[in-house]
Design a protein around this ligand. Structure first.
Ligand code: MTE
Ligand code: MO
Length: 429
């Protein structure tokens, strides 16, 4: 083992800190420089006292062979809505987006949507069949997939039903429920173009069928053009193998398109010359318009954004002063170009600060820091993508699409910030 620098002794470190702070002026020792901060906790663990955790030895390395968050973060979990299909036949959970920052969703927190529960696939028995209008039908093992050239890409995955309960008006008090059917993960896998290249696609091929290995045998039709553009067959998420609930050992990643097409536990790809007919309950995701007609082939997820904090589950816990507003924006048509924020229900807009990577068809993080005077506010965010598309207001959206839809609601969300810091889901006209 190589020699490491000995850790600085607590005394010298404390002396250093003290020197640093005094240099900044005595005021640095005030409980908090930020007006209105409430603090809290147990004074026995706070300066100048020595806290409990400094007095005794902690766990060694062997105790946590696989790490997990602090016990104080145990509330940061996926949640479901009881009246909403929480059965084994059809279930959905929501990402706690109000508790996350940056753009990557941790592997244990991404929303789940299953039509027949989680298939527990044995990787040794995993096979992916590629057949139909190809020169050479092929069967890939998981090891075969791993031997082909790999790519790494972060993309958001949004269920078309995200925000669906809000079409008719403000319903659910928390962005986990109104907007939590989205996650953003760094996938590792092989491009579908590479797989199709191995098999050789016949000239009359136009559509692909993707089929899952769960008992729903979920199938979706995918245009060949999209398949050759940017679709991945992914087996890793954020560096780890896919988790079972996200399709272990392999799933389709269809960047920017509705999550229903991202077939999990992918077992078969058939190449054909037209779209297939699908069963209503798994794969139709059709939008009903006011006149009873339906929108078909609404694959792309339009630009959308949401303020994740403050939000109903993440209230403001100071009375006034410096306040950080933060949220996520995304577009199925490319990169996010700009995000605007309003504090007065859309009368005035200011440009938010984007921080972190701005990637194609991925979540993008924005911030807006402001000095809150303690008065009631109506918070909104509005995303713009690189095609020039601007996220519409809910009224604007209903004018075109009516209120019969469940899917593809990308309207602007309003949060009502009360004087006591609490936030409410509201709609304003
Ligand atoms: N095989 C299979 N793939 C599936 C589904 C399913 O039930 N079975 N659900 C789809 C739907 S409707 C959504 S929203 C996404 C959810 O992906 P996630 O569970 O990884 O978040 O998976 C899609 N792929
Ligand atoms: Mo979905």
């Amino acid at each position: 083992m190589s020699e490491q620098q000995p850790p600085k002794s607590p005394t010298s470190r404390r002396a250093f800190l003290k020197a640093g702070l005094t240099a900044g002026g005595a005021a640095a020792f005030a409980p908090s420089a930020l007006a209105g901060a409430l603090g809290g906790g147990d004074p026995a663990n706070q300066p100048p006292n020595i806290p409990e955790w400094t007095r005794s030895l902690g766990d060694g390395v062997a105790v946590r062979a696989y790490g997990k968050p602090s016990k104080h973060e145990a509330h940061v979990i996926r949640r479901d809505v009881e009246w909403l299909t929480a059965s084994r036949e059809s279930s959905v959970s929501f990402t706690p987006i109000h508790e996350l920052d940056g753009i990557i969703t941790p592997n244990g927190l991404g929303f789940e949507r299953h039509h027949s529960g989680i298939a527990e696939v044995d990787p040794a028995d995993y096979r992916l069949i590629l057949h139909g209008l190809v020169d050479k039908p092929l069967i890939f093992t998981l090891d075969d997939l791993k031997r082909l050239p790999r790519v790494n890409r972060a993309h958001f995955c949004e269920c078309a039903a995200n925000s669906g309960m809000e079409w008719r008006g403000a319903q659910l008090n928390g962005c986990q429920y109104t907007h939590g059917m989205v996650h953003c993960v760094m996938y590792t896998g092989v491009t579908l173009k590479t797989l199709l290249g191995e098999a050789g696609v016949k000239p009359n091929a136009k559509w692909l069928l993707l089929e899952g290995g769960d008992s729903a045998a979920m199938t979706r039709s995918l245009p060949l053009q999209k398949a050759l553009d940017d679709v991945l067959i992914a087996y890793r998420m954020n560096g780890e193998m896919l988790y079972p609930e996200h399709g272990y050992p392999a799933r389709a990643v269809i960047p920017g398109w509705e999550a229903n097409m991202w077939v999990k536990w992918l077992r078969r790809i058939e190449v054909g010359d037209q779209p297939w007919h699908h069963r209503e309950e798994t794969s139709k995701y059709t939008d009903l318009l006011e006149n009873g007609k339906a929108r078909r082939f609404t694959f792309v997820m339009d630009a959308k954004s949401i303020i994740t904090s403050p939000s109903p589950q993440a209230p403001v816990n100071h009375k006034s002063g410096l306040t950080v507003l933060s949220g996520i924006a995304w577009s199925g048509r490319g990169k996010i170009a700009r995000v605007d924020v309003s504090l007065d229900g859309g009368r005035n807009w200011r440009t938010a600060r984007i921080d972190g990577p701005v990637w194609d068809k991925a979540l993008t993080r924005f911030y807006y820091e402001f000095d809150w005077d303690g008065r009631e506010l109506l918070l909104q965010s509005r995303a713009m993508d690189e095609t020039g598309y601007v996220q519409p207001g809910k009224a604007e959206l209903r004018k075109i699409r009516g209120v019969n839809s469940i899917y593809h609601n990308n309207g602007i969300q309003t949060w009502y910030l009360h004087k006591n810091g609490e936030i409410e889901n509201v709609e304003i006209s």
